[in-house]
Ligand binder design. Structure first.
Ligand SMILES: NC(=O)c1ccc[n+]([C@@H]2O[C@H](COP(=O)([O-])OP(=O)(O)OC[C@H]3O[C@@H](n4cnc5c(N)ncnc54)[C@H](OP(=O)(O)O)[C@@H]3O)[C@@H](O)[C@H]2O)c1
Length: 391
């Protein structure tokens, strides 16, 4: 159970995808975790955490968790004075994993409030608690629109793909300055795009990697339904049919601005590497959790066609879809994937010198068809998250 030799961890974001996986593995390793989180209208924080631990099959570890309702925007994180002092006296290290992960410009104020304004209370708490280390879960995409090799250094660019990247880069600089001024040991951990568990396919979130796949699946289902229940009127008009081998022929051109890859890592790698970093890092270290063998969209399409029994999906590099006529499937797909498009043809190299040093060259696996199949079958089984807590 709890291992008294390990520091007590204060963790934000434990109700989210990465935070919950991290919490679960840290509990299994004997850490005691103070969850600084929020209740929802429907569910108190304690119930949210209990439900997640049941999903991980480790509800017996609940006694290693203290749930503290917090409002990160308030003084003292909205925690009553006595409890605040008590927590400061027991916390050993802080992991800040909470973040508003929306890419949408229309949510700028909300994203900036969560990712920038909320830092003040978290950093003050860490100063009062005299933490051994403050670990910030950032993103490899603080690199913004920079090209070529992205170093494990503080962000240098002011040009970003979206408000999320901008807020995370701004946060890194604010945190680094505060920690430097107040002699707090800092590490910054930068994953690329995280998908489900490479061992069993399970995941709590189905965005990024899953989104293009889910989009093609939705389009496929519209036409399969039309062929089955409507005599295929729409399908035949658009050259869509089921071929002799039972594959759906779905002509769909995906336009990407340039050749490049999708840099993805599985959540089990994220967790294992993060724990190694937390246990072995050096002050000021920045760590890229990225894949040296990223995945090409053409590979994803091949995997998709094999799993879903579809043919006709094609990637066209180097052309913007704006000036080309598109069929209805292409129009729909374009709309679905718009926020993710910049991440689908990335050809940057992420330097991993610090990560390799501290993790003993722990690298993410190559994204094979077997891993893809496990992840997509799980996603489909839980209806892309809609029935996740039933499985
Ligand atoms: N997922 C990825 O592929 C990926 C890749 C690179 C980096 N990251 C980074 O990893 C971290 C976790 O990402 P994720 O994918 O796990 O995100 P997520 O599933 O969307 O979870 C976000 C977490 O942050 C909390 N949160 C959001 N806004 C908050 C606010 N205003 N006040 C307090 N808590 C708030 C959420 O709490 P509620 O549940 O109460 O809303 C939730 O616990 C983030 O820092 C993100 O930038 C993620």
């Amino acid at each position: 159970m709890a291992d008294k030799s390990k520091p007590t961890i204060a963790l934000t974001g434990a109700t989210g995808f990465l935070g919950s996986h991290l919490m679960s593995s840290m509990l299994l390793k004997g850490y005691t975790v103070i969850v600084l989180g929020r209740s929802t209208k429907e569910e108190p924080l304690y119930e949210r955490i209990s439900r997640l631990l049941r999903w991980f099959g480790i509800e017996n570890r609940l006694n290693q968790v203290t749930c503290v309702d917090t409002d990160l925007s308030q003084d003292n994180l909205g925690i009553e004075n006595e409890e605040y002092s008590r927590l400061c006296s027991v916390v050993g290290s802080f992991i800040h994993c909470a973040s508003d992960t929306s890419f949408s410009e229309s949510k700028r104020d909300k994203v900036m409030a969560a990712n920038i304004n909320n830092l003040k209370g978290i950093l003050e708490f860490s100063r009062y608690a005299r933490v051994n280390f403050f670990h910030y879960i950032s993103t490899a995409y603080v690199a913004g629109l920079s090209e070529n090799v992205c170093k494990e250094n503080l962000p240098v660019t002011n040009s970003f793909t979206n408000v999320y990247e901008e807020s995370k880069a701004g946060a890194e600089n604010i945190i680094a300055q505060y920690c430097d001024k107040n002699s707090i040991n800092l590490s910054i951990i930068r994953p690329s795009i995280v998908y489900g568990d490479s061992q069993n396919g399970r995941s709590l979130k189905f965005n990024a990697l899953y989104f293009p796949i889910r989009s093609v699946q939705s389009i496929r289902d519209i036409y399969l339904n039309d062929l089955k229940n409507n005599g295929g009127k729409k399908a035949l008009k658009n050259g869509i049919y089921i071929d002799k081998e039972g594959y759906l022929f779905l002509p769909l051109k995906i336009y990407l601005p340039k050749e490049g890859d999708l840099n993805i890592i599985p959540v089990d790698y994220f967790v294992n590497a993060t724990i190694k970093i937390i246990e072995n890092c050096f002050p000021g270290g920045i760590f890229h959790l990225t894949n040296n063998s990223p995945t090409r969209m053409t590979t994803l399409v091949k995997y998709y066609e094999q799993l879903m029994k579809v043919r006709g999906v094609e990637i066209i590099y180097g052309k913007s879809a704006d000036n080309l006529s598109r069929n209805p499937s292409e129009e729909l797909f374009d709309r679905f994937i718009e926020p993710y498009r910049p991440y689908l043809s990335d050809n940057r190299i992420f330097d991993r010198t610090n990560t390799d040093l501290v993790t003993g060259n722990l690298n993410p696996p190559e994204f094979t068809y077997e891993i893809f199949k496990k992840c997509m079958e799980y996603a489909i089984r839980v209806n892309w998250g809609a029935s996740i807590f039933d499985n």
